[in-house]
Design a protein around this ligand. Structure first.
Ligand code: ADP
Ligand code: MG
Length: 690
């Protein structure tokens, strides 16, 4: 009998071509098949008598084929039409397939078939392109007559073939062990793992499917929370350098700043310094709107650490952001601190370009006190002298595990480095407790004085022309424009389509003759960096992009943020986009262009942006209006790691979190829960490759 670990390529009926196609979907074993769930379903469970078929319905019929013919269409010779008549004891109906002439060889008159699909009356009442299945003696339909799973396909793969693999996998996975403690299953009213997996592929009905997906979501959340909590506990038991507060030096540095710190900044700095003073690893999140002044907080705590010989490494999500950080830190520090920049293409020590070898040695011997870079800083041959603090800007993924990996890089420091994560994503309290409950948080909810209000307006569909005129006036004054596009559909997760469309519309119409650049997720990192850099250098007037610009590149010369399809974004996200402008001294504007006529709710949401400049307030409002699913862009929530779980399932996540705590309290090394321990070990391997 087949086992779940069996390779698909060894199965009967899977040749090299199919095997290659499956590999492209990252499916190599029956186990993979079992856990690659349908991305949607086609409900063909309504079986009806032929006489009861009505146009527009999705149904399944069973009957005998009376005739089958294939011909060219009268309207277009290129169109091949196969037409059949199928009859049951109540009547007969026409069935039409396009471009499937081979069916006359399969669906011979006299055979009993089950057909599932949509009834149509465009060609007289008929079923058009239905799924077909020849029934054996038992007349049991498998491919029709129920809720049909629809899977990802590529190359020559078909739904039928994928389903047949799933059936084999379900047989092989017959005794899928349930690893969750029975008490949790009972209290949470979860179905067994085996039933859940089977029902996700072939649900008996909608309720069955929902129960099944709840179980799978719970498993994902529980593992995630367990791993998180366990690593956190292990981390807590480790040492970190106790960095003294060098009060005098810090006070002096503060007094030399070109501005006065806000109360929120002072409080954050003080909390971080206190954390770092203890010999246990700090794990703190610094939250604050774009422009709330997070950089100077990081700069000052790094400065304090440097007084005692501790190095700080600051990680930015992109090369250009790393460069900007290095630049602004250089300005803040003057010659007090040596800042190093290390990215794929740039190595700088202070204001000097240096070779890679020189830079590595400056990190190694401690000459570089603050090192700014991308993830390159954590790879390969980089070694520090005494790394005491890691600051991570806008990278929610950087967590406890990556920090463990740094142990080898930190040089002679005691224990592992402290961690400060920074984010501009405003996270409502209720969500933060579940998502980051084990992090200490500092919030910059006070804005530096003298910030200009960004004038925000909602633009109704069809009213964009006035905005285009305003853009042209700003460009004439030498200013620049951001245009941000939404993702059109889920499958277009990189947003290339919408960016391309708007780009073509702009350059062929209102902005022909202007310098317009575009940026989207389908471009290579180096290419993206290049576009961003050239826009920041003023080499284009308009930048059209997906939300990649959301993460903080500073272009002080940009004065208009124009958001296409604004109704599709979360308020907090729009607020962050708005923060991309207004960074210079000029009055800036944010236009929210709705591409669809706004419903009352959508209008209310967008108007909220006109009236509020507080990211937290907006995030709370969005949470209330639309639920937790829309607060972040998908990349930001951390939820993209889950196969099924979404932000809407935050309550289930909260429950999973409580259980993870209970289980670990009862058995910190999980020895009392051997099946959980095993599953967690597998999960660790899975996430290791993220
Ligand atoms: P973000 O939180 O988005 O990273 P930055 O740290 O880049 O914000 O700060 C935005 C701007 O505000 C910078 O030019 C910085 O020098 C300035 N700034 C920071 N703190 C203050 C303050 N307390 N008063 C005035 N300006 C400040
Ligand atoms: Mg910043």
């Amino acid at each position: 009998m087949a086992k779940l670990s069996d390779k698909l390529s060894n199965l009967f009926g899977v040749g090299t071509v199919k095997s290659r196609d499956l590999t492209r979907l990252e499916l190599t074993t029956l186990q993979d098949i079992l856990f690659d769930f349908p991305f949607r379903y086609d409900d063909l469970s309504r079986a009806v008598k032929i006489s009861a078929v009505l146009p527009g319905q999705k149904i399944t019929i069973q009957g005998t084929i009376r005739s089958m013919t294939t011909r060219r269409s009268q309207r277009s010779a290129r169109l091949q039409v196969t037409e059949g008549i199928v009859e049951d004891d109540s009547g007969a109906i026409k069935v039409i397939w396009f471009h499937q002439g081979f069916l006359t060889k399969i669906l011979k008159p006299g055979l009993v078939v089950s057909l599932g699909g949509k009834a149509d009356d465009q060609y007289g009442l008929s079923l058009v392109n239905p799924v077909y299945e020849v029934l054996g003696k038992a007349r049991v339909a498998k491919q029709t007559g129920r809720i049909m799973p629809i899977y990802r396909l590529t190359g020559g793969l078909t739904q039928k073939f994928r389903r047949s693999l799933v059936e084999q996998a379900l047989v092989a996975g017959n005794k899928l062990p349930d690893w969750l403690p029975a008490r949790i299953i009972k209290e949470q009213k979860l179905t067994s793992l085996h039933h859940a997996v089977a029902a996700l592929h072939f649900p008996a009905n909608e309720e069955d499917r929902l129960d099944a997906s709840k179980r799978i979501k719970f498993d994902e959340f529980f593992l995630h929370q367990l791993l998180h909590a366990k690593t956190r506990r292990e981390l807590k038991s480790q040492l970190a350098p106790a960095v003294p507060f060098n009060e005098e030096a810090v006070k002096k540095a503060v007094s030399k700043l070109p501005f006065i710190l806000t109360g929120a900044q002072k409080k954050a700095i003080w909390n971080i310094i206190k954390d770092m003073n203890r010999p246990e690893p700090m794990n703190r999140l610094l939250e604050g709107d774009v422009g709330s002044g997070k950089t100077v907080v990081a700069a000052l705590v790094a400065f304090n650490a440097a007084q005692d010989g501790w190095q700080t490494s600051i990680l930015a999500p992109t090369e250009i952001l790393a460069e900007q950080h290095a630049q602004s830190l250089g300005k803040l520090y003057g010659d007090k601190i040596t800042v190093a920049l290390y990215t794929r293409t740039k190595r700088r020590l202070g204001s000097k370009e240096v070779s890679k070898a020189q830079l590595l040695s400056a990190l190694r011997n401690g000459q570089a006190e603050v090192a700014v870079g991308t993830h390159a800083l954590l790879t390969g041959d980089v070694l520090f002298d005494r790394l005491g603090l890691i600051v991570v800007d806008e990278q929610h993924r950087f967590g406890v595990r990556q920090r463990q990996a740094l142990k080898d890089k930190k040089g002679s420091a005691d224990g592992i480095p402290h961690l400060l994560s920074m984010t501009a994503t405003p996270i409502p309290r209720s969500l933060a407790l579940v998502l980051y409950g084990d992090l200490d948080r500092s919030i910059l909810d006070e804005y530096p004085a003298g910030r200009k209000r960004i004038v925000t307006s909602v633009v109704e569909p069809g009213e964009a022309n006035e905005v285009y005129d305003h853009m042209k006036r700003e460009i004439a004054l030498g200013r620049q424009i951001f245009v941000v596009c939404p993702l059109i559909e889920e499958s277009d997760a990189l947003g290339a389509n919408s960016v391309n469309e708007v780009y073509n519309e702009f350059v062929s119409g209102p902005f022909s003759g202007y310098r317009v650049k575009m940026l989207h997720g389908r471009m290579k990192t180096a290419e993206k960096d290049e576009v961003m850099r050239s826009f920041a250098n003023g080499e284009a007037e308009i930048l059209i992009s997906t939300t990649v610009v959301e993460v903080g590149v500073d272009v002080p010369n940009a004065t208009i943020m124009y958001v296409e399809g604004a109704e599709r974004f979360g308020l907090a996200q729009l607020h962050q986009l708005r923060g991309r402008v207004g960074r210079g001294t000029d009055q800036s504007y944010c236009y929210l262009h709705a591409t669809d006529k706004l419903s009352g709710l959508a209008a209310e949401r967008l108007r909220a942006l006109q009236n509020s400049e507080n990211g937290f307030e907006l995030a709370e409002l969005d949470l209330k209006l639309r639920g937790p699913g829309n607060i972040f862009g998908t990349e930001q929530s951390g939820f993209e790691r889950f196969k099924m779980g979404t932000m809407q399932d935050i309550d289930l996540m909260a429950a999973a979190k409580d259980y993870a705590k209970e289980v670990l309290d009862e058995s910190p090394n999980l020895d009392l829960f051997p099946t959980v321990k095993n599953r967690l070990e597998d999960y660790l391997l899975e996430v290791h490759f993220e």
